[in-house]
Design a protein around this ligand. Structure first.
Ligand code: HEM
Length: 566
């Protein structure tokens, strides 16, 4: 018989709940779920916890913020603004900053949490991309995550605009221009969004509803779905001894993971609070209330919007045409709609593109090492390079003033770099990956160099190599090199043309681009041949892909293995 030390009232309460909901089985099952342990799995958690901080600090701000564009004359502790006309929104932001106890701290916590939220989302997305965690069965969860990222951008943009200061007002002015650049419907759309000619009197209350209700509700719902998928699919795991597509090696959710995650939440909260308390951010009183006429140099949006700003700054202005009385503003349409559209579409469809060029229908739960998928890794680095160049271009004025350079030269360098640098980054990354794979082959076959040179009696010299241990060998051979697709011929045996051949041919070309250059993993036969060669001291024989005991995989005590149901 087992005895437990649960206090009576707790036991009674739990029993009461269980008899009415039957929840105990679900809780038990959930508590036993196994989560693999790796620092990169914390990135999604940072996003989650900063969202919680956003909700808590946001509720506080909502109590005091007045979402109105009605004009009032300011009379308050900020003497420099006394007597100035401003919107109630701006005035309430000043009140929050100077009169409400803890208001400035909350504003700053909220803003830093937003920046961290977006940074965590982007880095988490990079982790998922570079390790191939988006492969079957997680393509849908990638899509959910992608929508979350777009919603994150929307949440940031709508919140940033609320104080109605000069900086955010200019951001809204840019938005108005972008919307108006959409052919045919643009000006109607702008009138609809702003409730008339920009800026109108409706936009702040409308943004407020989006910011505190619609967008957070959607984010909350989608985070729920996202995490439900993580639980249903079980987490992926990094390659290593004993880890296969059929099991999960890690710690049980309760108590290990719950304790770790709980502690980590407070660390994230603490860091954001420290940032909010010590690092000033968005001091709107320095900019002043919104007025369409002033706009200063050194005006940048929050970091996650910089790519859009940079894209607009790089586009030559001469590309505006009037056709039959309609204005076609390619100078705005291309940088603000077409380029971000292409970049985001690439991200959204990438898992499906890769599935099409591999024709791989199997489930994947063991992550890829980025080097083992050189083209994917190259494409990811190329994408990031384009993103970083656009973000830097969004600060071309600051780069010019800080480094005493001509803004025109900087703009031209970025224009050229935007087209060339991602291609160069792709190529260099791909070559590095292939080089690392060759190095892996070399290590598996010949072991690590020891620096010990031995001379035989016959005068021959050899260097003694130290064979890899099982864990390391597993890591370096445990991958598959995809090959370009093979397709059925254009015509069948009777000379009848096959339907769908043209499409298959395109896919084949694309898969050639992905997998033509590849380094195959060491096969057991190659390994055995290297052993029998005998030169390389102590190489023990065995199967290169042999089974290892997952519990001895070096991740420490308390590791458990759970089978995946396929
Ligand atoms: C509000 C934003 C987001 C939150 C709070 C969030 C949270 C999480 C958490 C806690 C996990 C489990 C731990 C981990 O693997 O890191 C996870 C997994 C995952 N996330 Fe996100 N995520 C967000 C956005 C995204 C984005 C933008 C993408 C990609 C477009 C994405 C794709 C995935 C995928 C595919 C998994 C499963 C990974 C695996 O099992 O290895 N997530 N997410």
């Amino acid at each position: 018989m087992t005895t437990t030390n649960v206090p009576k009232p707790v036991a009674a309460g739990t029993d009461y709940l269980d008899q009415r909901t039957g929840i105990s089985n679900a809780v038990k099952g959930f508590a036993r779920k196994v989560f693999p342990d790796h620092w990169s799995f914390l990135l999604g958690e940072v996003a989650l916890y900063s969202f919680v901080v956003l909700l808590i600090s946001g509720v506080f701000l909502t109590m005091f913020f007045v979402p109105s564009m009605g004009l009032i004359e300011y009379h308050g502790p900020l003497s420099s603004m006394n007597g100035q006309l401003m919107s109630e929104a701006f005035a309430s932001t000043l009140k929050l900053s100077f009169e409400v106890r803890g208001g400035l701290l909350m504003r700053q916590i909220h803003h830093w949490a937003a920046l961290l939220f977006m940074a965590a989302i982007v880095v988490h997305m990079m982790r998922v991309f570079f390790t191939g965690a988006f492969r079957k069965p997680r393509e849908l969860n990638w899509m959910v995550g992608f929508v979350l990222m777009i919603l994150g951008l929307l949440a940031g943009f709508t919140g940033y605009s609320l104080p109605d200061d000069v900086l955010s007002g200019n951001g809204l002015r840019i938005t108005d221009g972008v919307v108006k650049s959409i052919p045919v419907i643009g000006s109607y759309l702008s009138y609809m969004i702003f409730g008339g000619e920009f800026p109108g009197e409706d936009i702040i209350p409308r943004l407020f509803t989006m910011h505190i209700l619609v967008v957070p509700a959607l984010i909350l719902a989608l985070i729920g779905l996202h995490l439900l998928f993580v639980v249903l699919h079980k987490h992926t795991q990094y390659p290593g001894g004993g880890r296969t597509d059929k099991n999960v090696v890690g710690f049980p959710l309760f108590p290990v993971y719950v304790a770790k995650a709980g502690g980590f939440f407070f660390i994230v909260f603490g860091v954001i609070a420290l940032m909010g308390a010590t690092m000033a951010i968005n001091n709107v009183w320095n900019y002043g209330p919104y007025d369409p006429s002033p706009v200063g140099a050194g005006a940048q949006p929050d970091w996650y919007m910089l790519f859009l700003e940079g894209s607009l700054r790089l586009m030559p202005g001469q590309t505006e045409y009037v056709i039959a009385g309609w204005t076609l503003s390619l100078n705005v349409l291309i940088p603000a709609v077409v380029i971000p559209g292409l970049l985001f579409t690439f991200l959204a469809v990438y898992p499906f593109l890769e599935a099409a060029v591999t024709k791989d229908k199997r489930e994947h739960h063991v992550l890829d090492r980025p080097r083992n998928v050189p083209v994917r890794t190259g494409l990811g680095v190329g994408f990031l390079t384009a993103f970083i160049i656009l973000a830097l271009a969004g600060s071309n004025d600051l780069i010019a003033t800080h480094f005493h350079l001509s803004i025109n030269s900087i703009t031209w360098v970025f224009r050229i770099a935007f087209f060339l640098a991602p291609v160069a980054a792709f190529w260099i990354t791909k070559r590095i990956c292939l080089g690392l794979q060759r190095k892996d082959r070399e290590l598996v076959l010949h072991g690590h160099e020891t620096g010990r040179i031995v001379r035989f009696a016959n005068g021959e010299y050899i260097e003694v190599h130290k064979p890899l241990d099982e864990q390391e060998r597993w890591l370096r051979v445990g991958y598959e090199a995809n090959r370009p697709l093979e397709i059925a011929p254009r015509e069948d045996a009777r000379g009848v043309r096959r339907k769908g051949y043209a499409w298959d041919r395109q896919l084949q070309k694309l898969s050639g681009f992905f997998f033509e250059d590849r380094v195959e993993p060491v096969t057991p036969a190659e390994l055995a041949a290297a052993h029998s060669h005998g030169e390389h001291d102590q190489l023990d024989s065995g199967d290169a892909h042999g089974q290892l005991d997952p519990v001895r995989d070096g991740t420490g005590h308390g590791v458990v293995t759970d089978e995946r149901k396929s």
